[in-house]
Design a protein around this ligand. Structure first.
Ligand code: PMT
Length: 406
């Protein structure tokens, strides 16, 4: 992001506080940031905080004598290489969709020729309202990229989609969009759970949310690595710029991964169900006529990671597996490293107390043939970025997996 010109538009939503952290992340990555606060945005974060963090004077008035003497809104639109609206409220999305320009923020957008990204933030019912969805569809067809929103508990107590993505997630989407040079490297990442049908109403699955794998795919893409995400059924919407292939069962994931080959890198982060019913029941299984207990016969699913790592001709140069354990973390992970023939194993504790499944953080140990390296607890995005950095230097500098700490 070094020296990239990012213009951040902050609208009036409770999530505006996250935009301050976003500015900090962008500047840490080397970007130059200018910000425009809408009138409502100013009610949530102060111009002083924003200008202190951006290191630039704040822009907020369209009819400012001094700024408009130099056609301030046109200047800002020309300066920006990328405009990010975060939080993007329902009201502001509507103004954008209609091409109105009642204030500086919307006037800059109308005058801009650079790419525009929006991180929507609003109540779930506002998000689901047909009018909002119409506005979104119009903006997306105009080329505006949406980052999120995420699903979760809202400040108002409602639950559902509408929460603004975390700054880390927005940063990754920005990096990917703002033209990081392509490395020529390619990757396949699996993420999320798989779902194995029992009958038309029941299935077997697990607690994976897909957060960790999606973050890894986004972090690789942000480094200019052409990444295909093979994603099991999850509530989380992956960033729009990621090439995502959605699957349901382990068998579908297995096929999708092999169809996506060849690649330089394979990261198996999905929590693939180990077993399935050989033939799911065609109709809903009835309780009538069954005893208190009954047996389902399960068959082993294909091991996707091992099937890729053991390929003869088409094997990716680097194969990274995960180990999800509730006991004997290192011993079990080391066994998987050998039995699945992968180059690295990322071992994590998924016991109930760890909060790893579905949580925001992860604590991992990386294992290779020669080394065991403990990493501190990080957010899943930080972990993804650190892992992506290691992967890229291994693939490009020719450093092999035994030099993890280089
Ligand atoms: O999705 P989140 O909520 O963010 O949680 C993240 C996570 C806990 C799911 C993730 O960090 C993780 O640990 N992923 C691997 C989960 C898993 O199934 O681990 P495992 O130890 O059972 O499998 C070992 C490896 O073999 C994994 O790389 C897995 O993807 C792969 N595997 C397993 C079975 C199978 N049939 N095919 C596979 O490819």
């Amino acid at each position: 992001m070094q020296d990239r010109h990012i213009l951040l538009i902050i609208c009036g939503g409770i999530a505006a506080y996250k935009s301050l952290e976003l500015i900090r992340c962008l500047r840490k990555d080397g970007a130059e940031v200018k910000a425009v606060l809408t009138a409502a945005g100013e009610k949530f974060v102060t111009p002083l905080s924003v200008s202190a963090l951006t290191g630039n004077p704040i822009n907020n008035a369209l009819l400012d004598h001094e700024a408009e003497a130099d056609f301030g809104h046109i200047e800002l639109a020309r300066w920006a290489e990328l405009i990010v609206v975060a939080p993007a409220t329902a009201d502001f999305l509507s103004i954008m969709a209609q091409g109105q320009a009642p204030d500086l923020a919307s006037a800059v957008l109308l005058a801009a020729t650079c790419p525009v990204m929006c991180a929507p933030a609003m109540n779930v019912h506002m998000w689901q309202k047909p009018a909002t969805q119409r506005n979104l569809a119009a903006l997306v067809s105009d080329g505006v990229e949406m980052i999120g929103p995420e699903e979760g508990e809202m400040a108002c107590g409602d639950f559902g989609p509408g929460r603004m993505c975390e700054p880390d997630v927005i940063l990754q989407a920005i990096c990917a969009r703002s033209g990081v040079p392509a490395t020529g490297l390619t990757a396949i990442v699996t993420a999320g759970p798989t779902r194995e049908s029992i009958d038309p109403v029941r299935y077997l699955t697990n607690r994976s949310s897909g957060k960790q794998g999606i973050a890894i795919a986004a972090a690789l893409a942000a480094r200019g690595i052409r990444t295909k995400l093979i994603l099991g059924p999850t509530e989380i919407v992956p960033p729009a710029h990621l090439q995502t292939i959605s699957v349901t069962s382990a068998a579908e994931m297995h096929t999708a991964v092999h169809e996506a080959l060849p690649a330089d890198l394979f990261v198996a982060c999905a929590a693939v169900a180990d077993w399935r019913l050989a033939v799911p029941h065609e109709h809903k299984m009835k309780k009538r006529g069954r005893e208190e207990t009954f047996t389902l016969e399960l068959h082993r699913n294909p091991d996707i990671l091992a099937s890729v790592a053991k390929l003869k001709g088409n094997r990716p140069r680097l194969v990274v597996g995960f180990a999800a354990e509730t006991e004997n973390l290192i011993g079990n992970a080391r066994h998987k490293l050998a039995s699945k023939a992968c180059d690295w194993i990322v071992a994590n504790d998924v016991g109930a107390a760890s909060g790893t499944f579905g949580g925001a953080h992860n604590t991992v140990t990386i294992l290779t043939d020669q080394k065991t390296e403990e990493w501190p607890t990080m957010t899943k995005q930080e972990l993804a970025r650190t892992l992506a950095g290691r992967i890229q230097s291994t693939l490009t500098d020719g450093r092999d997996q035994d030099q993890l700490d280089g």
